[in-house]
Design a protein around this ligand. Structure first.
Ligand code: PMP
Length: 285
C-alpha cells in the first residue's frame, strides 16, 4: 500500500501528492518546515515543533491557514492512516502559488503538507564508535541576513556545508558563524563536555533552537550535570573531553574526531553515553 500524503487536509497517494511549479516554496524557497520523530506511533515533542513552525512562519509573515490544534490533528491522523510507529514526519507550509515575481502578496493560499515516512537512521556503528566531522568554510547564515532560527524551505546554506563535508568523507559538518564561533552542524546542534560540564553555543550564536538540544539540556540538568550556553571556538572543540550532536533524526550521536583531531580519547565519552541512554529511556519506554 502506498503511503498517503496529507495536503490541505486531503489524503493523496504518494505518487499523486503534487504541488504547482508556481508555488513560491519551489520558486523561492518561500515557506517553512518541521521534522518530527514518531515513537510508538506518537509524535515526539509535537507541541514544541508546532510552536517553532508557527514562529518560523511569523518571522516570514506567513499566516498558516489552520490552527495549531488542527495541525496536531493532521499530523496524528496522517501517522495513523499510514500505520507508522517508528517514523519521521515532515510538515511543510509553502507560500502558495504566485506569479514569477517575488511578491508574496500576489500568492494565493499557503499549502499545508504533512508527509509521514519510515525513518532512515545513521548506522548503529556510528552511535557505538562515534562520528568524524570537519569544520567547513561555508559560514552559517548571518542572523541579520537570514536568521538560522527560521526553519525555512531555503536550506542552501546548510546544503553547501553538507557538500563540503561529504567531499571530505564526513556525513555531518561543523559550521562557524560570522564571528568565527562554533554555530551548529548542517542539521544538528553541537555539544561539548569539558571538565564534567556540558557546553553548547547560545541561541544568539546563530543556530536553530533545536528541540532535541532542549531535551538534552533538560536531561542533563535532571542528572545534575551543569549546562552552559556560551560562545565556543574551534579551540574549545579541539580541547574538549567529549563532543556529540543532537537532532530529531540523529537523536544524540557521539563525535570522536573533528578536523582530523581526536576528541578526548577518540571514543564516545561517558557523559555522552549517559545522555544517549537517558534519551532512549525517554523516547522508548
Ligand atoms: N540545526 C539545524 C540547522 C537543523 O536543521 C536541525 C534539524 N531540524 C537541528 C539543528 C536540530 O534541531 P531539532 O533537534 O529540533 O531536530
Amino acid at each position: 500500500m502506498s503511503l498517503k500524503v496529507n495536503i490541505d487536509g486531503k489524503l493523496f497517494d504518494k505518487e499523486d501528492a503534487k504541488i504547482s511549479v508556481f508555488d513560491h516554496g519551489l520558486l523561492y524557497g518561500d515557506g517553512v518546515f518541521e521534522g518530527i520523530r514518531s515513537y510508538a506511533g506518537k509524535a515526539f515533542k509535537l507541541q514544541e515543533h508546532i510552536n517553532r513552525l508557527w514562529e518560523s512562519a511569523k518571522a516570514i509573515c506567513l499566516d498558516i491557514p489552520i490552527s495549531k490544534a488542527e495541525m496536531a490533528q493532521a499530523i496524528e491522523e496522517t501517522l495513523k492512516v499510514n500505520g507508522i510507529e517508528e517514523g519521521y514526519v515532515r510538515v511543510i507550509v509553502t507560500r502558495g502559488c504566485g506569479t514569477l515575481g517575488l511578491d508574496p502578496n500576489r500568492c494565493s493560499n499557503p499549502r499545508v503538507i504533512v508527509i509521514t515516512d519510515y525513518i532512515s537512521l545513521y548506522p548503529d556503528e556510528l552511535y557505538e564508535n562515534g562520528l568524524e566531522i570537519i569544520t567547513v568554510a561555508a559560514q552559517r547564515n548571518h542572523p541579520a541576513a537570514l536568521s538560522p532560527r527560521i526553519k525555512s524551505l531555503n536550506y542552501l546554506n546548510n546544503i553547501l556545508a553538507k557538500i563540503e563535508g561529504l567531499k571530505a568523507g564526513c556525513i555531518e559538518a561543523l559550521m562557524l558563524n560570522h564571528k568565527g564561533e562554533v554555530a551548529e552542524c548542517t542539521g544538528d546542534n553541537i555539544f561539548l563536555v569539558k571538565a564534567g560540564k556540558l557546553l553548547t553555543p547560545p541561541n544568539d550564536a546563530g543556530i536553530l533552537e533545536g528541540i532535541t538540544r532542549q531535551v538534552v539540556i533538560e536531561l542533563a540538568e535532571e542528572a545534575k550535570i551543569e549546562v552552559r550556553e556560551i560562545p565556543l571556538t574551534r579551540h574549545d572543540v579541539y580541547v574538549s573531553d567529549e563532543c556529540f550532536l543532537t537532532g530529531t533524526a540523529a537523536e544524540v550521536i557521539p563525535v570522536v574526531r573533528v578536523d582530523s583531531r581526536k576528541i578526548g580519547d577518540g571514543i564516545p565519552g561517558q557523559i555522552t553515553r549517559e545522555l544517549i541512554e537517558k534519551f532512549h529511556k525517554l523516547t522508548r519506554s
